[in-house]
Design a protein around this ligand. Structure first.
Ligand code: GTR
Length: 392
């Protein structure tokens, strides 16, 4: 009896009260034609492809290229032993060319000095690179705690999104866009890729290199991003199945947040499209102020990660990202994992801060504090990878 009471109390303390519930959410396991999806085969051959097509045409846009024929890697600097001898640092230049020219970007990898190939976390850094992903480690930031990542036995890899194309309206005419498209032409197809998809393309090119690097275990690579980077991490994982995990930190609207939930303080399509139309394809504007009339929602985008691992994270003060909406996407995406005989997000309700839910293949945690990517978030992601045997 006493144990029962204590168990009930523990449950109360680990579950925060949340009255907000999603409403009229598009049904994940019903096709656009109205057919119920109950087998893995139906999911893989009908439902997942039609969802991917919809998100590509209506939200993130169609890429003119995946891995280009002209792609090469070179050392931007000689390898260097750093972090008190714990890691080897590599600085790699990715060079690529297309019909309209060529471009390149450099990324940094700190790889633990181990006998075995190591699993890795790849950060898409959307903040000032000098302050957040300093390859010299003169400036250290909790946004990318590379020393801690290495100490836990994972490689820490990072690139700056602005090196793929700038995070501005005219970003759509620069960087990778100017290599594969005629950017002097005013016409932009309504389903042409937006900047989020371009950054995700960059993450996939880093994966192309990871696959060639014997010190790394390419089968266990997580892509991580915060906020706009967190939206991009999901786009990366969904379009590139080589990533075994996607960590979407405080990604909010057009990332992990469900639209079919009434969270007045959170960002809506009208807000994001007003300021950041260039992140998406032009068709996305059609859904402004009509997102709940659209036949899909973000949980269905997350479901396209199944059966791989997903981490979703929120922060208590980050109402703009819509914490409950991020949580509910995980819950409602879960049936996709069940078709693979796995569990998605195992939850008893919206959790209290610092009570990560990590039993299934979707991890969700709420952290006390502001919109940010912190060592606490990183440790949750690494705990989840540990739990799934990434460091054997
Ligand atoms: C905000 C934007 C969000 C989020 C955030 C960020 O201004 O409205 O969608 O992406 O920026 O990236 O920090």
């Amino acid at each position: 009896m006493k144990t029962k009471v204590m168990f009930a109390m523990a449950l109360i303390f680990s579950v925060a009260a949340s009255a907000v519930q999603p409403e009229n959410v598009p049904e994940l396991m019903t096709t656009f034609g109205g057919e119920k999806v109950s087998t893995l085969e139906q999911w893989e051959t009908i439902r997942a492809p039609e969802l991917l097509k919809e998100f590509t045409r209506e939200e993130y846009g169609r890429r003119p290229v995946e891995r280009p024929a002209a792609l090469a890697f070179e050392k931007a600097e000689p390898d260097k032993v750093m972090m008190d001898g714990q890691a080897i640092r590599k600085r790699i230049r990715v060079m690529y060319a297309g019909p309209y020219g060529g471009s390149s970007f450099v990324f940094t990898a700190f790889i633990p000095r181990k006998e075995k190939p190591t699993p890795a976390f790849l950060l898409i850094c959307n903040r000032n690179p000098d302050e957040n992903i300093d390859p010299e480690r003169q400036v250290k930031s909790g946004f990318w705690p590379a020393e801690e990542i290495v100490a836990r036995g994972y490689a820490a890899i990072a690139f700056w999104n602005g090196d793929i194309t700038p995070d501005r309206q005219h970003g759509r005419t620069l960087g990778v866009f100017s290599v594969f498209e005629d950017v002097t032409c005013q016409y932009r197809p309504r389903d042409g890729w937006g900047v989020l998809s371009a950054w995700a393309w960059g993450a996939s090119r880093v994966m192309d290199w990871i696959e060639t690097e014997p010190l790394l275990d390419a089968k266990h690579v997580a892509v991580v991003g915060h906020s706009r980077g967190g939206k991009t991490a999901l786009v990366t994982g969904v379009y590139d199945k080589r990533f075994a995990m996607a960590c979407s930190n405080d990604s909010g609207c057009s990332g992990a947040k469900l639209n079919h939930i009434d969270l007045p303080k959170s960002e809506h399509l009208s807000d994001i499209v007003r300021t950041f139309q260039f992140w998406f394809c032009l068709n996305y504007t059609t859904h402004v102020n009509a997102e709940t009339a659209w036949r899909v929602d973000q949980h269905e985008f997350i479901a396209l990660m199944a059966p791989r691992l997903v981490c979703i994270a929120s922060a208590t003060e980050d109402h703009w990202a819509g914490q409950e909406g991020e949580y509910w996407s995980g819950v409602l995406a879960s049936p996709a994992w069940e078709l693979y005989g796995a569990k998605g997000l195992v939850a008893n309700g919206f959790p209290a801060p610092e009570h990560p839910l990590q039993e299934g293949c979707i991890s969700y945690h709420l952290r006390t504090g502001k919109h940010n990517l912190t060592p606490y978030d990183w440790n949750c992601y690494m705990d989840f990878a540990d739990r799934h045997g990434w460091r054997q």
